[in-house]
Write a protein that binds this ligand. Structure first.
Ligand code: PLP
Length: 363
């Protein structure tokens, strides 16, 4: 961090200047790309006769192309998240944003990314699809982050570092000051995936977005908002980075039905979401307590999310028996640091009780 002197005292600079040169990080073909310009890009506004997009004049409600930049929805989200609409990208889940990050920044067969391990599986899958190197840096035994090995793993071809907090599958928040070191010292892009931030006790990194021009934050409607079926995820970044997302995305990446339904769901602001989150957090407590009393459960890791990682005596066997009882959890046995671990989503009181009853019947 940089410091300067005020009246004899050393104070951190209020704005951190990371001399990131966006042009040097973005793939050349993407930086120079002239994007497809759709009919709905070229004419915006109200008219009485639309003969510009080869749409059918019949079958009202479905016959028109959607708004390519989802302006009404972004305006609503901007009020909820308190962020400028030009700093929002909306995609087919945050998975679309993850894929676009590779396509925008990483030259296939040349560049690489660094990610914590274990973490969300899509980062590696998108790296493999895009033929981009993927370097894993193991978290410690409590799934905690140390900035030094992450920064040390980055080389001159590393364009992006992936952090996920609260992390999946471990459920914990990463240490904020270690995350800050990564964001402040890495001169490429840092992703902070906050898919579970609504369940956590800590504030979002959104409050810090304008301090860091190399930061991309991911949120989603799939978890706390209960809208996984709609496929709508968000990326927040500088206007310049969001402009790159808009250039590369499919022109009509969110259907009118998705835009309208999400908009409706947000009409009451975030009151429903807040109620559901507090219900899930309330149910998480007795679920943790019940799991801890079971002889097959060796450890329940601390969680800042709507799921728990539990170490059991035989994850494969228990997983199978739960399936036979019609209860499906996620077997994470083969994931780094997660030997014999099951990942359990917090459900309703009744669902959690069914799980516990099934586990009680095991030795
Ligand atoms: C569930 C999840 C997502 C969300 O994916 P969507 O494509 O928005 O449904 C993103 N990141 C992490 C870590 C997740 O667990």
């Amino acid at each position: 961090m940089s410091y300067f002197f005020v009246l004899g005292k050393t104070v951190p600079l209020p704005i951190i200047v990371i001399n990131m040169n966006l042009e040097s990080i973005v793939r050349k073909n993407i930086f120079n790309l002239k994007p497809y310009s759709s009919a709905r890009d070229e004419f915006k506004g109200e008219a009485s006769v639309y003969l510009d997009a080869n749409e059918s004049p019949y079958n009202l409600h479905y016959n028109r192309y959607p708004d390519p930049l989802q302006e009404r929805l972004k305006e609503r989200i901007s009020r909820i998240k308190k962020i400028n609409p030009a700093q929002i990208f909306l995609g087919n889940g945050s998975d679309e944003a993850i894929d676009l990050i590779f396509r925008i920044f990483c030259e296939p067969a040349e560049d690489n990314v660094v990610a914590i391990e274990p973490t969300y599986g899509m980062y590696k899958v998108c790296a493999d699809i895009n033929n981009v190197g993927y370097k894993k840096v193991l978290l410690d035994e409590n799934f905690q982050l140390d900035a030094e090995p992450i920064l040390a793993a980055a080389d001159k071809h590393t364009k992006v570092i992936f952090l996920c907090s609260p992390n999946n599958p471990s459920g914990n928040l990463l240490n904020r000051s270690e995350m800050r070191k990564v964001v402040e010292r890495f001169s490429g892009i840092v992703i902070i995936d906050e898919a579970y931030i609504d369940f956590s006790s800590e504030p979002s990194w959104l409050n810090d977005l304008d301090k860091y021009e190399n930061l991309i934050i991911l949120h989603t409607f799939s978890k706390a908002w209960g809208l996984a079926s709609l496929r709508c995820g968000m990326a927040f970044a500088s206007e310049e980075i969001i402009a790159l997302f808009n250039k590369v995305k499919y022109p009509y990446n969110l259907s009118t039905l998705v835009q309208q339904t999400v908009l409706e769901q947000l009409s009451a602001g975030d009151t429903c979401k807040t109620e559901w989150v507090s219900q899930i957090l309330k149910e998480r407590k007795p679920l943790i307590a019940a799991l801890k009393t079971l002889p097959v459960v060796e450890k329940v890791y601390p969680s800042d999310a709507n799921f728990l990682l539990a170490k059991v005596n035989d994850a494969n066997g228990i997983y199978k028996k739960l399936v036979e009882n019609g209860v499906i959890v996620r077997n994470r046995n083969s994931i780094s640091l997660c030997g014999n671990c099951l990942r359990i989503t917090v459900g309703t009181k009744e669902e959690n009780e069914t799980l516990i009853d099934s586990l009680k019947m095991l030795k």
